[in-house]
Design a protein around this ligand. Structure first.
Ligand code: P53
Length: 477
């Protein structure tokens, strides 16, 4: 019986290449899907333009210029005591268009240097292969992951990375928030996840399930190859986790909540168990959705199951059944309701620390695998004072409350947890809205939503707080 976190617990922070590196054309980097997305607002997602257009502002092009400043930033992470650092490899640095035969050496070199810099401080890199940054040419030429060809191209990219960094990186994840695109009504998520641009009149749901299937197969193939290259690799999936609660004890609402969980998390079933759950097969049958799904796919899925579950947790959601929805098919645009017991952020995201403990328990009960909280955090407006300080007590409060629940899941519930990497440990471009001013960082970056600012870095109050959390292995919150 232990009342504390394991001694080797991986405290750190998380980012994604396209949201902080900038340098969108440096060293032969190609255009990614993130490079054709503009800025939205707290109430509107970003728009996707038809290529890079003159006169439009694309926040990811420069981002926070981590590409040129990573040494300074890693020194700050090291000062906080990071044990690990989660980032992604921009596919377009390695294969600028996505379908070249040979990788781009300059891109590979950048990540060699970056990982070396991490290792210099004893910081373990945790690497996502595909984090919302597909080469844009894979969209225009192949239609993104609606095309089976993308499996081969992803696997080629994965193999190059596994080989090159096999002695520097142990923890990998294949596709970031692979289930995010299940909200198929929004063009934005399927585009960032899979490079899907829907055609007018298209059965979007069928397209989404097909693309997701190809990704699951691509992930499973990558896992098999990775394990051959280095059997010591730990290769995980990455799931966006927002537990869905029933609004109340009305049995219909309870069943609706269960059905919503099935629809959102079947992705984890496939990654972990290597096959699709019965409810999905029956759902497709009922909806007349026929997938291109071969015998070989089925054996690949079985042979390429993951070692751990990485997940993001920002919020829980709440559901009530609509009387007209008698078969309990989950539709995220219609079934979610607000939870009277929780508050929300300025972006309308419910704040629910207990939901994190719920998520950790749910994953453990379902899959019995080690877990890794690879994103959690509070996007908020910060006020930088004249002396440069930022008093972000609201962020500290959010993180403290979540870490408390995380500890309870480990110490009281027996959850096996590898680590915790809060999202956006340094301010970066929001994935959902493209804003800079939706800030998550312990480190403030001087830049606004329009691209103005010096890009100077400074420590927020949360910097010292997190440093002490790590130093005491979560004892002093
Ligand atoms: P932003 C939606 C809901 C939950 C997580 O999100 C999400 C999204 C997409 O916006 O994405 C993850 O920046 C994602 C990160 C992202 C982070 O959450 O919209 O893995 O890339 O930045 C936070 O506030």
């Amino acid at each position: 019986m232990t009342n504390s976190l394991p001694a080797n617990f991986l405290w750190g922070g998380a980012v994604a290449a396209h949201q902080l590196e900038g340098a969108w054309q440096a060293d032969k980097k190609g255009v990614s899907v993130a490079d054709v997305m503009t800025v939205g607002s707290p109430t509107s997602y970003r728009s996707i333009t038809d290529g890079v257009l003159e006169g439009e502002y694309y926040p990811n092009h420069e981002a926070i210029d981590f590409y040129h400043r990573y040494k300074e930033d890693l020194a700050l992470f090291a000062e906080m005591g990071f044990k690990c650092f989660r980032t992604s490899i921009a596919w377009t640095r390695i294969f600028p268009k996505g379908d070249e035969e040979e990788p781009n050496e300059a891109g590979l070199k950048f990540y060699d240097d970056l990982f070396d810099e991490c290792l210099k401080y004893g910081i373990e890199p945790v690497v996502t292969l595909s984090h919302f940054e597909l080469p844009y040419q894979l969209v225009t030429k192949y239609g993104g992951f609606r095309n089976r060809k993308l499996i081969v191209l992803f696997v080629q990219f994965a193999e190059v990375c596994f080989k090159r960094y096999q002695n520097k990186v142990k923890y990998w994840m294949t596709f970031n928030e692979i289930n995010n695109q299940a909200n198929f009504y929004e063009d934005f998520a399927p585009f960032t996840n899979s490079g899907i641009v829907y055609q007018p009149g298209e059965n979007r749901e069928a397209t989404m399930y097909q693309a997701a299937h190809y990704e699951l197969v691509a992930s499973a193939k990558a896992v098999q190859i990775g394990k051959k290259i280095n059997p010591a690799f730990e290769i995980g999936c990455m799931i966006a986790m927002g537990p869905v609660y029933a609004l109340n004890s009305k049995p219909e609402n309870a069943l609706m909540a269960l059905k919503a969980m099935e629809k959102r998390y079947y992705f984890a079933d496939v990654h972990v168990r290597g096959f699709y759950p019965e409810h999905m097969l029956r759902y497709w049958e009922r909806k007349g959705i026929k997938l291109d799904f071969t015998q070989e796919d089925a054996s690949d899925l079985k042979a390429g199951t993951v070692d751990y579950i990485g997940f993001s947790y920002y919020m829980s959601q709440t559901i009530a059944q609509r009387p007209e929805n008698s078969i309990f098919d989950y539709d995220e645009t219609k079934d979610l309701v607000s939870n009277p017991f929780v508050e929300t952020s300025d972006w309308g995201w419910p704040i629910d620390p207990i939901g994190l403990r719920y998520a950790l328990n749910w994953f453990t009960d379902m899959y019995h695998l080690p877990l890794f909280i690879v994103e959690n955090g509070f996007g908020a407006y910060d006020q930088r004072e004249a002396d440069g300080s930022v008093h972000d007590s609201y962020r500290i409060e959010y993180l403290r409350d979540h870490v408390k629940q995380m500890k309870l899941a480990v110490t009281e519930d027996g959850v096996r947890l590898l680590g915790y990497t809060p999202w956006g440990c340094i301010d970066l471009v929001s994935a959902g809205t493209g804003e800079m001013e939706k800030r998550y960082g312990f480190i403030y970056v001087d830049k606004d939503n329009h691209g103005n600012g010096t890009l100077d870095r400074s420590k927020k109050d949360s910097f010292e707080w997190y440093k002490q959390v790590i130093a005491t292995n979560g004892e002093q919150l």
